[in-house]
Ligand binder design. Structure first.
Ligand SMILES: Nc1ncnc2c1ncn2[C@@H]1O[C@H](COP(=O)(O)OP(=O)(O)OP(=O)(O)O)[C@@H](O)[C@H]1O
Ligand SMILES: [Mg+2]
Length: 401
């Protein structure tokens, strides 16, 4: 059946993100915007199948949503700013390279990425010198964002692989053998093979620390500066693919005791990279970032979000047992987005901050600690009134003062 011509695809397209146990929509500007009245089943389906949801305007302006390829969403995501007109491949003498690193490269840093100039220059330098880079740091501190900004800024062919999400390392990194009745058995090489054979490509290996050890084994020769080849089969004399000239690998990893779902990276893999540790933002930096992203939200609320999250990070760092984890910058950006959409500070925290903390231990639980911290800001802001008008959904969770 032909689709009605009156159905118009709008440019509104959303990715479904899971916050706590809720499926929320994220728009192409990166803001979490709620649910738009889409039922939970559809949102969950989109999330589970990795699809985006596109708004369709039907007859009489009726809005509905259709599952669509995630690429359509990715294509609309606000591009990271890169306005400097540099062509890194053309840098040929030492002076040009150092000039570029120390003077020009800072212009390539997008406004929305908080990273010190020094670390940024270091990233650029590693890429220009075709060194493999490993960005480390806790969850949600900007590793992927920085790596993507770098690939965008350098105007080199870029390829993205999320190794944390791959089940079959061999199929993802090498390819698959297929059978066709006419051609017989043939080998379909992976997108990764295409990436490493593209000269000057910047290949992003996201979440390398979550990858299956099979993936690390396959990557071992690829990443080794003395080898730089990929073997297509386990057999010793099997064909190999050489890594093209100028190809740089940028990996990201959560490394640290807190990350239990993260496999401990093999020492040999780590050795093949220059490590750049992402800075975790302090409260002023976090506030400036939130202000940059949500200028419409009151500074008081943004300050509260920045202080609450950086405070939890500081407490977690002391290791005195009060909090085992801190609120990430990602979560504080999400909290600010909810406030932007009209939720109160407490409501926003309930969705995007509290789920990270366990209820174990009742009044002594980590969650109670963080709730009390948030309550303090509500008290400061809206005096006593808020204490009586901000009930939690579950009465048993109410904090008794
Ligand atoms: N340093 C930062 N500068 C700007 N935005 C940041 C920064 N850190 C985190 N954010 C915000 O948090 C979101 C998540 O960041 P990102 O995906 O880069 O985290 P990550 O370190 O790769 O986390 P993970 O370990 O979970 O993969 C970003 O989209 C951005 O909104
Ligand atoms: Mg990441």
């Amino acid at each position: 059946m032909r689709k009605s011509n009156l159905d118009k695809l709008s440019n509104q397209i959303y990715k479904v993100v899971k916050i706590g146990s809720h499926f929320k929509l994220q728009n192409t500007a990166g803001n979490v915007v709620g649910t738009n009245g889409i039922n939970t089943g559809t949102r969950k389906k989109a999330y589970d199948t990795g699809k985006a949801l596109r708004e369709v305007v039907g007859k009489g302006g009726k809005i509905s949503y259709r599952l669509t390829d995630m690429l359509e969403f990715e294509n609309l995501v606000a591009p990271l700013k890169s306005n400097a007109e540099v062509n890194v491949e053309k840098l040929d003498n030492h002076k040009e390279i150092t000039d570029f690193i120390h003077n020009e490269s800072v212009k390539l840093k997008p406004d929305g990425l908080v990273i010190s100039d020094l670390k940024w220059k270091y990233l650029i330098r590693s890429a220009v010198r075709a060194k493999n880079i490993m960005m480390t740091g806790p969850a949600g501190c900007g590793k992927t964002l920085a790596a993507k900004a770098l690939t965008k800024g350098l105007k080199r062919p870029d390829f993205y692989f999320n190794l944390g999400a791959t089940q079959d390392a061999r199929a993802t990194l090498i390819g698959n053998t297929h059978f066709d009745s006419k051609k017989g058995t043939f080998f379909a090489e992976s997108a990764f093979v295409k990436a490493i054979t593209t000269p000057n490509a910047v290949v992003l290996l996201d979440e390398l620390s979550r990858a299956h050890p099979d993936a690390w084994n396959i990557l071992m020769t690829v990443l080794d500066l003395g080898q730089r080849y990929l073997r297509l089969d386990e057999a010793v004399d099997s064909p190999i693919v050489n890594v093209a000239e100028g190809v740089t690998f940028i990996a990201t990893a959560n490394i640290g005791g807190e990350y239990t779902s993260t496999r401990v990276l093999d020492r040999a893999i780590l050795d093949r990279f220059t490590t750049i540790e992402m800075d975790v933002l302090n409260d002023e930096q976090e506030f400036s970032l939130l202000k940059y992203m949500y200028p419409q939200v009151s500074e008081e609320d943004l300050k509260a979000v920045a202080e609450i999250s950086t405070h939890t990070r500081d407490i977690a760092k002391t290791g005195d047992g009060k909090l085992s984890t801190g609120i990430s910058t990602r979560a504080s950006v999400e909290t600010a987005g909810l406030i932007y959409d009209g939720f109160s500070l407490f409501e926003a925290a309930e969705i995007s901050m509290f789920p990270f903390f366990s209820n174990d231990g009742g009044v002594d639980s980590e969650r109670t600690y963080v709730k009390q911290l948030v309550q303090k800001y509500i008290k400061d802001e809206k005096a006593d009134e808020a204490l009586f008008t901000e009930p939690t959904e579950d009465d048993s969770e109410k904090i008794v003062w």
